[in-house]
Design a protein around this ligand. Structure first.
Ligand code: NAD
Length: 420
């Protein structure tokens, strides 16, 4: 796989994504026109959201919505509330959503949204105004058959509830299918809150099989203790693995005998913060380099780079976060024999169950948690097998294989529609 200059590592998530998209399309036999269409979102909207703060001042926040491509169907993807949101990040995230939906064979293209803000420093009332203001600003281009948002970093089912309510008021009819990740009582799906972590756990199980690692007693490290990371730590703990390290934005906890995950889950706050309660912490960098069998980055981008990839000791890395490993680091890990399950496959469980939620909303017929889990298992297993076999058959890393599998169907649909 081609990558940026080794001496000047490409940490821009959009440009580094474009490198892999180009390579994948070229290996699929597509030319420059297809790449030109897919290297950026089809549509990108910037919005301004005025919010009356509790102290009486007015703050104007900036938000984005990217729709990567709708040749397959409506676009789909989460909304992030974070101070570091950028245009390029939202664009890259929308491309990754297209690839995820392609791998899992969902009838969607990718979308993504973000608002530059820090909900940790805002009241509930202020967050609600951002959520409602964002929906008013993007309402023209979204909808159950156009573009369907969902939760992402620092947005949760409550934020989805406000957004669904605002959209339903604007349209003057009840629209549960406008957004996924809702509370169950408002049309959410059973199992949606744990779906990303369940998907990651299925990938870990399958990766362990091909790497001949017994999960029972294996040593697991999870970076990030929010929606994705905390449930994953719990599932690994419950399956007999030893979770020896976890972290959040403020530091990391390490215990060679295994951490008490149930107690940490009880004590974490709604933003996935728990380490502040402890004195004996290590840094996130030290956490990533711990001696372990399985490493799961479940926090933010650019955590495993060419600076530290050589020091990663895990035999399996499953990306629960989006974009935690740079292309250069992907190459270093793959060359070392580490099985790297990329984000577009590893964390696809979230969008798969979001799709199930949308289907249930459209039908007005709701499934049991058991039905949701069985269907998730089937789709994840098939996705893992397809990507793994592509990587083996073509002797390429799992990320490039995933991009090839994920983009194939979209490129085909674009051709059939006569766009390229
Ligand atoms: P979250 O906001 O619930 O939790 C994020 C966690 O990461 C928190 O524990 C936070 O403290 C930690 N964190 C933040 N900045 C950090 C830093 N600089 N260093 C170390 N830790 C840091 O978010 P989430 O929903 O769990 O999402 C985490 C990742 O998983 C993101 O990349 C997201 O895009 C991806 N993802 C989430 C879902 C989902 O359904 N939640 C689905 C697909 C992908």
């Amino acid at each position: 796989m081609t990558s940026g200059e080794p001496s000047a590592e490409n940490l821009n998530v959009l440009t580094s994504t474009q490198v892999v998209v180009k390579e994948a399309l070229s290996r699929l036999g597509y030319g420059k026109e297809m790449y030109d269409l897919l290297k950026e979102p089809l549509r990108f909207l910037t919005v301004r959201i005025p919010v009356h703060m509790d102290d009486g001042s007015v703050n104007v926040f900036t938000g984005y919505r990217a729709q990567h491509n709708d040749a397959i169907g409506p676009t789909k993807g989460g909304i992030r509330f974070h101070p570091d949101v950028t245009e390029d990040e939202v664009k890259a995230l929308s491309i990754w959503m297209s690839i995820k939906c392609g791998i899992a064979n969902l009838p969607y293209g990718g979308g993504k949204g973000g608002v530059i803000c820090d909900p940790r420093e805002m009241s509930f009332k202020e967050q609600e105004q951002i959520a409602r203001g964002y929906v008013r600003a993007i309402s023209q281009i979204v909808g159950p058959t156009k573009d369907i948002p969902a939760p992402d970093v620092m947005t949760n089912s409550q934020v989805m509830a406000w957004m669904m309510d605002e959209y339903s008021r604007i349209r003057e009819f009840d629209s549960p299918g406008f957004i996924t990740g809702k509370p169950i009582v408002l049309g959410g799906s059973q199992g949606r809150d744990t779906s990303t972590a369940r998907g990651v756990a299925i990938c870990i199980r399958e990766a362990a099989k091909v790497q001949n690692i017994d999960l029972k007693g294996s040593r697991v490290v999870v970076q990030g203790f929010g929606n994705a990371g905390s449930y994953l730590a719990k599932f690994m703990h419950d399956s007999g693995a030893k979770v020896i390290g976890i972290s959040d934005a403020y530091g990391a906890l390490h215990d060679e005998n295994g951490l008490d995950i149930d107690s940490l889950l009880e004590r974490r706050d709604s933003f996935g913060t728990v380490t502040k309660l402890f004195k004996n912490t290590i840094s996130n960098q030290e956490l990533l380099e711990l001696n372990c069998d399985i490493l799961v980055p479940a926090a933010i981008e650019n955590q495993i780079t060419q600076q530290n990839a050589d020091r990663i000791q895990a035999k399996i890395v499953v990306e629960a976060a989006n974009g935690p490993t740079t292309p250069d680091a992907t190459k270093i890990l793959t060359d070392k024999g580490v099985l790297l399950v990329p984000d577009v496959l590893g964390n696809a469980g979230g969008v798969i169950v979001s799709y199930f939620e949308w289907v249930q909303n459209n039908q007005g017929f709701y499934w049991t948690e058991k039905e949701v889990m069985e269907r998730l298992e089937e789709v994840m297993m098939h996705s893992f097998e397809t990507v793994y076999h592509t990587s083996q058959a073509r002797t390429i890393d799992m990320r490039l294989a995933a991009y090839m599998v994920g983009l194939r169907r979209m490129a085909e649909a674009i051709e059939l529609r006569g766009w390229v």
